[in-house]
Ligand binder design. Structure first.
Ligand code: UD1
Ligand code: CA
Length: 467
């Protein structure tokens, strides 16, 4: 929509959050609150987006640095919603068309609803179109006051309303489509003569009507989409709503959720058909999971790429790493960033990988730390193997070529290379490269002293009567 310009109001303090962090940065279903409305706006493909910031402006800007097309205007002090939109005027100067006013703390709003709002506005050639809804309990919202002909006349805030007006159940969502020209002809005339001594954007409606301009409404059947976040209780409620939406989509697309109530999947995550997610699974960020996988109870995957038919056993963590087809991870494995687990490889319990490639069919089944390592195909890493990658100052690489066997409880002191098909004897501390096909054993020689223990025991035999 090339003639549509968006202004998002996000300057408010969010007092009821009781937080040092700006309200709009609190995560809702894994993403900052503000990202929800921004991604709805993305779907509309609008001409420009202005964000009105105030409280915590620099923090908000820093958190949105990945969106270079956003324009910011700062509102300081914050003197009301009308005052907030006044600040956006310079950013919209010279632009034609319509302005869509949105709130940063109303995250459930759908793009299709906004599309309907803008269409209603255009078809009516209105100066303003207000998104409204009928509520059973309208307490706290601005009310839509209509004239004898049923046309919207003005909006009254709860605090300024008469008792008759308080009985009105049609509420103002605070979301409007506004025609640029009449908007900026009237916006500077707002006055702060109300209970809160603020410049109310809602007063614009009565002003437009007094100028004999057309004002329309679009009334929603259900107000679910209009719910706002004011406190951490709202944050939890709406998070649950967003989570449930995502879980329903997953189930409809062929994913089994053993316990949807405890399955937390971020919006951008994709999961293939016939994959089963166990209870307490969290899939975060840009994680993608293939088909036919099983992610067991309590696993967390963050920005992970998992191919088809992978099994991740209980309580494993995979972060910014990839796992190849048919591999098996866990239980209780920790795959840290920049790791690549090859197809059909196995990473067992209490194994930690960091910046490590484990080749196709290789196994590290028990109790190992593999960091800064490049491990080839068909390698067997014994229990308790440790890559000693850090000398206190720098990190060093360990290279383990195809077909190598590392005996249990070995330390590989990096930088070091174990050549193709070589063997490392159990309990070795390897400090130098091992050539291909060789056996390396690096441990203290065993000393056997016959009868030593037997003699010691005899010497210690207690005196008579002594227990
Ligand atoms: C507003 C509407 C009310 C409507 C309700 C819907 C006004 C006067 N009232 O009331 O009719 O029913 O929304 O939720 O508009 N903001 C700024 N700068 C300010 C003040 C607010 O940017 O100076 C931003 C806030 O960050 C927030 C939004 O505007 O995103 C709404 O502000 P808020 O104070 O919550 O308005 P309400 O009192 O809820
Ligand atoms: Ca509010």
């Amino acid at each position: 929509m090339t003639d549509l310009h968006v202004v998002i109001l996000a300057a408010g303090k969010g007092t009821r959050m009781k937080s040092a962090m700006p309200k709009v940065l609190h995560p809702l279903a894994g993403r900052p609150l503000i990202e929800h409305v921004l991604s709805t706006v993305d779907a509309l493909k609008t001409a420009s987006t202005v964000l009105v910031v105030g409280h915590g402006a620099n923090q908000v800007k820093a958190a949105l640095a990945h969106r270079p097309n956003l324009q910011y205007v700062v509102q300081s002090p914050q003197l009301g919603t009308g005052h907030a939109l006044q600040q956006a005027e310079p950013a919209l100067k010279g632009k034609k068309g319509n302005v869509l006013v949105l709130y940063a703390d109303v995250p459930l709003l759908e793009a299709s609803t906004l599309q309907r709002l803008v269409e209603t506005h255009r078809n009516a050639k209105a100066a303003a179109t207000v998104l409204t809804a009928e509520l059973v309990d309208p307490y706290g919202y601005g009310r839509i006051v209509r004239d004898a002909g049923g046309r919207i006349e003005r909006i009254v805030e709860e605090r300024d309303a008469s008792s008759a007006q308080r009985a009105i159940r049609e509420i103002n969502s605070g979301i409007y489509a506004l025609s640029m020209k009449p908007l900026f002809e009237h916006l500077n005339r707002l006055a702060a003569d109300n209970a809160q001594e603020e410049y109310y954007l809602t007063d614009l409606i009565a002003m437009l009507r007094q100028s004999d301009l057309r004002v329309e409404t679009l009334c929603l059947d259900s107000a679910g989409e209009l719910r706002g976040v004011n406190s951490r209780l709202d944050l939890a409620d709406l998070s649950q709503e967003v989570r449930q939406r995502k879980n329903r989509l997953l189930m409809m697309s062929g994913v089994t959720l053993e316990d949807p109530a405890t399955t937390y999947v971020d919006a951008a995550v994709t999961v293939g058909e016939d994959t089963v997610l166990g209870p307490g699974v969290r899939l975060e960020g840009r994680t993608t999971i293939g088909e036919g996988c099983r992610i067991h109870a309590g696993c967390r995957l963050t920005n992970a790429t998992v191919e088809d038919n992978v099994v991740v056993l209980d309580y494993s963590v995979i972060v910014e790493s990839s796992v190849g087809t048919g591999a098996q991870i866990g239980p209780l494995a920790h795959i840290r960033p920049q790791s690549v687990v090859g197809a059909a490889a196995r990473v067992g319990n209490f194994v930690e990988l960091k910046k490590t490639t484990l080749g196709k069919g290789s196994k590290a089944n028990h109790l190992a730390y593999l960091g800064d390592a490049k491990i080839g195909e068909g390698v067997n890493i014994g229990a308790g193997t440790i890559t000693c990658n850090y000398d206190g100052v720098d990190k060093h690489q360990t290279v383990i070529e195809d077909g190598v066997f590392i005996g249990s409880d070995s330390q590989l002191i990096a930088p070091v290379t174990i050549g193709k098909d070589a063997y490392v004897g159990a309990g070795s501390s390897i400090t130098r490269d091992v050539p291909a096909g060789a056996l390396a054993i690096a441990r203290g020689q065993q000393v056997v002293k016959p009868d030593w223990a037997t003699r010691k025991k005899a010497e210690r035999r207690p005196a008579k009567g002594d227990h």
